[in-house]
Write a protein that binds this ligand. Sequence first.
Ligand SMILES: *Cc1c(COP(=O)(O)O)cnc(C)c1O
Length: 378
Amino acid sequence: MAATRQVPFFNYPHVYCSDEQQLLETFADVGRRGAFIQQQDLEVFEHRLAEYVGAKYVLGIANATDALHLALRAVGISAGDEVIFSSHTMVATAAAVHYAGGTPVPVDCREDHLIDPVAVEAAITPRTKAIMPTQLNGRTADMDALQAIADKHGLQIVEDSAQALGSKFKGRSAGTFGKAGCISFYPAKTLGCLGDGGCVFTNDDEMLRKLLMLRDHGRDETGVVQMWGLNSRLDNLQAAILNVKLDSYDQAIARRREIAALYQQQLGDLPQLALPPAPDSHPDHFDIFQNYEIAADRRDELQAHLKGKGVGTLLPWGGKAVHQFSALGFTQKLPFTDRLFERVLMLPMNTSLSDQDVVYVCDCVRSFYAVGSLAGAA
Ligand SMILES: *Cc1c(COP(=O)(O)O)cnc(C)c1O
């Protein structure tokens, strides 16, 4: 083994320090203009991002949880309407349905950890109104299969693409398939700002009209209140920060894909692990690796071993799928997800990692299973 190093799961100061000079200039510029709420930087960011993903409209929202909630309201979800989602997601996905007045219906995921279209179809009832796939870990679900189900049963699709900015299925960006798609700019997300932030994508003029009012107290462009709304705007300062971050976003994604390829090369031979699909392993998928989520034998022991070696890991969502939080009262039985959650573990995946960090993490994993280093660093 190489000497111990510290590899934290996520390096929060890096979000600021990696662009410090430019960010300081941005703070000064925005501050001196007094441009805080719904100003030019937000508009510029929305237009740039729309072009980047090929969406007709992008609307900055305070965070992705609100973005999902408002998108569901704009779609018309109301009391008694069921919305199907994968239980392997953040509780925010289900909370958005709850606060829109609907009933969240969790279903199983499949081998790639994304929503299982077979489980979706099995969960449809006369009250089902929408499917909300989570484009988990930076990979986009099989949207052909989900669209076919939605068309057959007359359902809407609203994507939780919080983890998938720039991820593609058959060349089309996550968040642009359904009526709306939502992105998070939480600091640890692939495009992170210095606080909370999110947005909605939509190609639908009527959705745009409603969302513009929903995020701003229900007011139209003349200031007249047309409906009940919320205060859920993306801060102009965060938008200005995101304009800085967007300049190097393609490089950030390229680096994440390199790290994923290195994990694959260093760990791909271990039968004790199931790794995510490697970059470019399937022509339909372009993955951006928000997370590197593996499934591992003796997961808890492996996590403790890595901790002892200075390697930070996380259990997704604190170790529970949404239907497993007993306080929320779900009654669904999801055997695949239950089994998966005994094995899932997220290894460090972020742009502050060096190749040496990644090889060190892999050597620590290999030493746990008592197999030699591939890097010859033993
Ligand atoms: C991060 C995340 C959210 C919530 O995003 P916020 O911007 O923090 O509200 C929702 N869904 C998924 C899948 C996420 O990863």
